[in-house]
Design a protein around this ligand. Structure first.
Ligand code: HEM
Length: 194
């Protein structure tokens, strides 16, 4: 059996799992952002919590299978491998660090005060949305790197373009809190609102 091809297959499977989970979590984040009641927000928040366990598993799987292929055929100084690894580490930091921190703050606010003005602001937080969209653009960038296997300069430029595109692409999600949204707006039926 060709172990290299088996690892490449696993690499694809972990990538598929990560992309599917990212699509589900992205959709849930949009539903959360548009939530009109605490019950609705809590439902989508719980859905995100369930799906997000995929990310550490898929990331470790990508690193493990990628490390095997790198060790066997490529090298740790291959530019697109280094850039791919850096891209994946950035994705993990943005997801677990930035998005995770904001999600915890949002959950705490929803529990304490319902869909308050602060909760609605947190659901549109520029930093959290920039982190989220940047993880998507970084995944696309890493897929490009792995496929085209470019030089060091192009590899670095690809990551920079992904970072800039992520922040620009997130801008439409920053704003748009319903006018006059206050502490008790739209929390009917939740029992959690203030
Ligand atoms: C977001 C994370 C990643 C994604 C989406 C990704 C995606 C891909 C894709 C689509 C391929 C197939 C390319 C082809 O067959 O032409 C591939 C291959 C490969 N990846 Fe990754 N990868 C990721 C992370 C990593 C990491 C962290 C490493 C190194 C530790 C790595 C090392 C490799 C290697 C060595 C190959 C084999 C290339 C070949 O044989 O053609 N990947 N990756």
């Amino acid at each position: 059996m060709n172990i290299y091809l088996l690892m490449l297959l696993l690499h694809f499977l972990f990538m598929t799992a990560a992309v599917a989970a990212a699509a589900l979590v992205g959709y849930a984040a949009l539903r959360l952002r548009a939530a009109e009641t605490v019950a609705e927000a809590s439902r989508w928040g719980a859905f995100v919590e369930k799906v997000k366990v995929t990310f550490p598993i898929a990331s470790l799987g990508l690193i493990g299978s990628g490390a095997y292929m790198t060790y066997k055929v490529w090298s740790w100084s291959t530019p697109w491998v280094v850039a791919g690894l850096a891209g994946l580490i950035a994705i993990m930091l943005l997801g677990a660090g930035v998005e995770g921190g904001r999600a915890r703050a949002t959950r705490a606010e929803l529990r304490a005060a319902g869909l308050s003005r602060r909760a609605r602001r947190l659901l549109r937080d520029p930093l959290a949305w920039s982190a989220k969209v940047t993880t998507w653009t970084l995944v696309l960038a890493v897929i490009f790197l792995m496929t085209f296997k470019p030089s060091a300069g192009v590899s670095a430029a690809t990551l920079v373009v992904a970072l800039v595109a992520g922040v620009l692409g997130a801008m439409p999600f920053w704003a748009g809190a319903p006018a006059g949204a206050g502490p008790s707006t739209g929390t009917s039926g939740s029992g959690l609102s203030r």
